[in-house]
Design a binder for this molecule. Structure first.
Ligand SMILES: Cc1ncc(COP(=O)(O)O)c(C=O)c1O
Length: 410
């Protein structure tokens, strides 16, 4: 069945602004692999969107450039209020303007937090497989990774709370980097799960750094609970990392808001920022881009989420019909679909090769998210539906390999 564009949409989610030779790593991989940029091929890997900018942000930034000086930037009171209002409006969390620290990206924020709140030799817990830079944050500067593997169950993942509690209770474990919603599993943690996580961490003096960069990207029926909103006690034991970068495709502006309710932690975070990272600052366009997106982006985001949900259905239905051995993980949040190809019996590097070189489908290999990701691929759904459909039709070439494998076995 052919997907039809939703004619009632106010915004354009069908036109691709091609980024060939434009300094995009994910696009460059196409040329490195195929020697050229075929017109019908776009990448579905790294988590930025193949959608045009939010028009209100583009126009707002143009107007800002016309009237501004590109000097050093600091958050204005209006900026802080816009972030406060976004958290309240979209997630029902009432934060105070002074809790916000601007940070040049969420990776920068969780690296800073690890350095600020742990010492060399101390343990940093992750729930794996997880967003790969978190492994680096947990092991660099002589910190030790404490692994709490998620359990794959049917088409989703659950937390092994027995293991979690045991690892959190080890005296050396000092900090948890929580990925909420979770990349790549697509889980949106429930209130009950978050309460259990938070309780165990408080009881064992483990600080929670909650990376909530995907919090605005929710599938129908799911609700994100900001970790710090659960209780005063949770807010006092957490650092919350948020950003407009995934939500509004502004990753290149390197602007994030780290929300720290606990004044002492906020001060220690700030001292660490000054110490190791020299002078990390958000740039003036990033702050204005964030303000514009949070002030005027609601309608665009709501439509964008519909497109992501459509893409999820298109891929899920196609795979169920054509490759029933492939298991699609239930998507609750993020725009990243986690697909288990192990049922095909193709070795994971060979699978990646076939997808890229033969099917011209550029995804993120699951193994970059750790051992538990081997045999998976992560499909970025923030792209026009027509390109996703075209890519799926090229997946037919996998069938040739599967019948070859069957013949060899006979
Ligand atoms: C969970 C998570 N955290 C952080 C980032 C990157 O954040 P930033 O670009 O703000 O450093 C990503 C990007 O995909 C992500 O998925």
């Amino acid at each position: 069945m052919k997907w039809r564009s939703v004619s009632t949409m106010r915004y354009d989610f069908e036109t691709v602004i091609r980024r060939e030779n434009a300094g995009s790593g994910k696009w460059d991989e196409i040329k490195r692999t195929l020697g050229c940029f075929p017109k019908d091929v776009i990448p579905f890997s790294v988590a930025d969107m193949e959608f045009d900018m939010v028009p209100e942000v583009r126009e707002g930034l143009k107007a800002f450039l016309d009237r501004s000086v590109m000097g050093y930037a600091a958050m204005t009171e209006e900026y802080r209020q816009t972030v406060v209002s976004w958290e309240a409006r979209r997630h029902g969390w009432q934060i105070q303007p002074e809790w916000i620290r601007d940070t040049p990206g969420v990776i920068n924020a969780f690296f800073t937090a690890v350095k600020a709140f742990t010492k060399p030799g101390e343990g940093v817990m992750l729930m794996t497989p997880v967003y790969y830079p978190m492994y680096a944050a947990a092991t660099r500067h002589d910190r030790v990774l404490v692994d709490n593997p998620l359990v794959q169950e049917g088409d989703t993942y659950r937390i092994d709370f027995e293991d979690f509690a045991q690892k959190a209770a080890e005296p050396n474990t000092k900090l948890l980097i929580l990925c909420s919603p979770h990349n790549p599993s697509g889980r949106v943690w429930t209130r009950e799960e978050l309460e259990r996580i938070g309780r165990i961490c408080i009881d064992n003096h483990v600080l929670v750094v909650s990376d909530e960069i995907h919090c605005d990207l929710l599938m129908p029926g799911y609700k994100h609970i900001p970790f710090g909103s659960i209780s005063e006690e949770f807010a006092m034991n957490s650092i919350i990392c948020t950003a407009p970068s995934k939500t509004f495709n502004l990753a290149g502006l390197q602007t994030s808001n780290t929300i720290i309710a606990n004044e002492e932690l906020r001060q220690r975070f700030y001292v660490e920022q000054q110490k190791d990272d020299g002078n990390p600052k958000c740039n003036i366009l990033g702050l204005e881009g964030c303000r514009l997106a949070y002030a005027y982006g609601d309608a665009w985001l709501d439509e964008c989420l519909q497109v992501i949900d459509t893409n999820r259905k298109v891929i899920t239905d196609y795979l169920a019909r054509e490759f029933p051995q492939v298991r699609v993980t239930r998507l609750e949040g993020t725009y990243l679909l986690w697909i288990d190809f192990r049922g095909l019996g193709i070795e994971c590097h060979e699978l990646a090769r076939i997808l890229k070189e033969e099917a011209h489908i550029f995804l993120d290999e699951g193994f970059i998210f750790g051992e538990a990701g081997e045999g998976f691929e992560r499909w970025n759904l923030a792209a026009p539906t027509s390109y996703i459909q075209a890519a799926l039709s090229r997946l037919e070439c996998l069938k040739k390999h599967l019948s070859g494998m069957k013949r060899e076995m006979l």
